[in-house]
Ligand binder design. Structure first.
Ligand code: URA
Length: 246
């Protein structure tokens, strides 16, 4: 079993956005940081950083934020951008204020377009992020597509063929699976992620994507009760679902 990393208590609190190290030391000196029911006395003591710390540690009476090395899912609403610096509303504004002060920072695992809604993963764990977005991982992403014009019946075959070229590119797309749901709607499952891929795939066939919603990554579904703008921390089982191949 790998050993949990350790961090000084004041460094842990500062990295989680509770303030400067000096402010963290003050919280400890006031008995406001409690572990396993007992106030911690020593802000330079080293603690094993394990996920269960947020159940065992309280700061000013409130459970500790998720320790470093965590991931979350967000039901991204349309109209918000997956970026740290563009104008307009950013996905990071949907996180609790303190989470935006964390070091390491929380980043999106890939991106969804501003006009796309649905399942977006975020993490502060760079290695995990790269494991998910690596083209070699070929993690499937499923989209619910609503088209402007009726589907014609040939789309699934064209997408599955593995020879569709997008405008301006020189490498054909990998085969993608499409399941028709209605006259103007389908599920499309991709195992790669090119710029505006779904919109450009339908444009290549002369249609137009009216609405786009991601509802699955790997085998992890967006929960029906996670409302737009809401987030949930991923459990180890959720992460297994992301990587589960069928
Ligand atoms: N394909 C798109 O066109 N947009 C997205 O946001 C995701 C996939």
């Amino acid at each position: 079993m790998s050993k949990a990393p350790t961090l000084r208590l004041d460094r842990l609190l500062a990295n989680l956005g509770y303030g400067s190290r000096r402010e963290a030391q003050w919280l400890v000196s006031q008995g406001l940081v409690v572990l396993d029911g007992r106030p911690l006395k020593d802000s330079d003591q080293r603690l094993a950083v394990t996920p269960d710390l947020s159940e065992r540690m309280f700061v000013q009476g409130v459970a500790l934020d998720p320790p470093p090395g965590f991931a979350l899912m967000l039901n991204k609403p349309t109209g918000v951008t997956c970026s740290h610096k563009e104008v307009g509303e950013l996905v990071y504004s949907l996180l609790p204020d303190r989470w935006r002060l964390r070091d390491p920072a929380i980043s999106t695992v890939g991106r969804l377009d501003k006009d796309t809604s649905g399942l977006l993963l975020m993490t502060d764990d760079g290695a995990l992020l790269h494991r998910i977005i690596s083209p070699r991982a070929k993690i499937a992403k499923r989209y619910l597509v609503t088209t402007a014009r009726p589907l014609e019946g040939h789309e699934a075959g064209r997408f599955a063929a593995g020879d569709l070229m997008l405008e301006g590119e020189d490498k054909p797309l990998l085969p993608a699976q499409m399941e028709v749901l209605g006259t103007h709607s389908a599920h499309l499952t991709l195992s790669e992620g090119r710029y505006h891929q779904v919109r450009r795939m339908f444009a290549a066939l002369g249609n137009h994507v009216e609405a786009l919603h991601r509802d699955r990554i790997g085998q992890l579904d967006l929960p029906a009760d996670l409302t737009p703008g809401a987030l949930r921390i991923l459990s180890p089982d959720d992460l297994d679902e992301v990587f589960r191949q069928i």
